[in-house]
Design a protein around this ligand. Structure first.
Ligand code: ACO
Length: 328
């Protein structure tokens, strides 16, 4: 199964605010040495007053639409992947669409750090339904749901956005194979407990810091390596492509050690693996587009290259997609 879909425009957004490991050393019981050795992260970007998930999404989407040589009125459908929505109701896409001047259909998707790859597959399938241009966005302000006193999460997460315009291809399929999955038995490993129907917001939930992200890091780590390897392997098998034929492996930027462990098992040397976690941290659904589009913009990813994206996150969700970059 392939899809005649390709990324014809792309864009990213990173806030100006930076939090270095030295800044964190001053705030929680941690050290630059521990953070670099255990995660590979040196700094992350964070939003300031007035910046939100939607404002980052709009910036990335504006670049993507322009890069595609289109105007917002050409977009037929927009999907926003995020775990840090603008607010519970309405969906983030409503705010993004209003600023961009869109009146097309839009919806949000929550597949955590696998979100961008999920929307890539869903967006491509909507092209098969007859749409000409689907705008997909992964946008996050994780700094707004991280407990500044929790050293296990505050060192990891950052803010950012990446966007792509998908369009049908005529000559070659742009999306060669994919794999989507979710194992809900791992739901409690990574969660924001309060604020939904299970545990509505109350003074007690605020007091208990239950609106912050909680993570069982070690167990997430263990499962992450396994699901990335399994999902990426089955995607390659479905396409009948060997890892040696893939020009670029684009893993979710969760932890340098997860990237290295999964890459080693799959047969991707560091030279073929796109990494920016040292500079942006873990940006959840923005992580794969930020890493990929940076490498497209600086000329590392070229037309014809096979690119394997693989993400995993809360749920536990996972998603992989094999693309031919520049497919027409
Ligand atoms: N600085 C210093 N020490 C720390 C820090 C810190 N920031 N954080 C934890 N430690 C300590 C722990 O308390 C523990 O101390 P102890 O041995 O005295 O109890 C020790 O370091 C080891 O802790 P571990 O949790 O075993 O450390 P680990 O090597 O597993 O690294 C980390 C922790 C970085 C969180 C890692 O487990 C990880 O990256 N997990 C995966 C997270 C992930 O991928 N999330 C992705 C999904 S994101 C999404 O879906 C939104």
């Amino acid at each position: 199964m392939t899809a005649a879909a390709a990324i014809v425009g792309w864009g990213t957004a990173l806030p100006d605010g930076r939090v270095t490991n030295a800044d964190l050393e001053a705030r929680v019981d941690t050290s630059d040495e521990w953070i670099v050795e255990r995660t590979g992260i040196r700094e992350r970007r964070v939003v300031g007053p007035g910046e939100t998930t939607a404002s980052l999404a709009v910036e990335a989407a504006t670049h993507a639409i322009k890069r595609a040589g289109l105007t917002p009125s050409d977009i037929d459908l927009m999907i926003v992947a995020t775990v840090t929505p603008e607010q519970p109701i309405p969906h983030t896409g409503a705010f993004v669409g209003e600023t961009l001047g869109l009146r097309c259909g839009s919806f949000d998707m929550n597949a955590a750090c696998a979100g961008f790859v999920y929307e890539l597959v869903v967006g491509a399938s909507m092209l098969q339904m007859g749409y000409d241009h689907v705008l997909i966005i992964g946008a996050e302000t994780l700094s707004r749901i991280i407990d500044p006193e929790d050293r296990t999460t505050t060192v990891i997460f950052g803010d950012g956005a990446g966007a792509a315009v998908l369009a049908p291809t005529r000559e070659t399929p742009g999306l060669l194979a994919w794999d989507l999955g979710c194992d809900g038995s791992a739901a409690a490993l990574l969660e924001v407990r309060a604020g939904g129907s299970r545990l509505p917001a109350s003074a007690a939930t605020v007091e208990g810091r239950e609106h912050y992200l909680k993570m069982a890091g070690q167990e997430v780590f263990r499962r992450a390596v396994r699901v990335v390897v399994d999902s990426a392997s089955s995607t390659l098998a479905r396409a009948g492509v060997d890892a040696s034929e893939v020009a670029w492996f684009v893993p979710h930027q969760a932890n340098q050690r997860i990237i290295d462990a999964a890459g080693n098992r799959l047969g991707f040397e560091s030279e073929r693996t796109l990494v920016n976690i040292d500079r942006v941290g873990n940006t959840s659904s923005a992580s794969i587009p930020l890493a990929l589009f940076e490498a497209v913009d600086d000329g590392r990813v070229r037309d014809g290259d096979l690119v394997l994206c693989s993400g995993f996150g809360a749920g536990m969700t996972w998603a992989s997609a094999l693309l031919r970059w520049g497919a027409r």
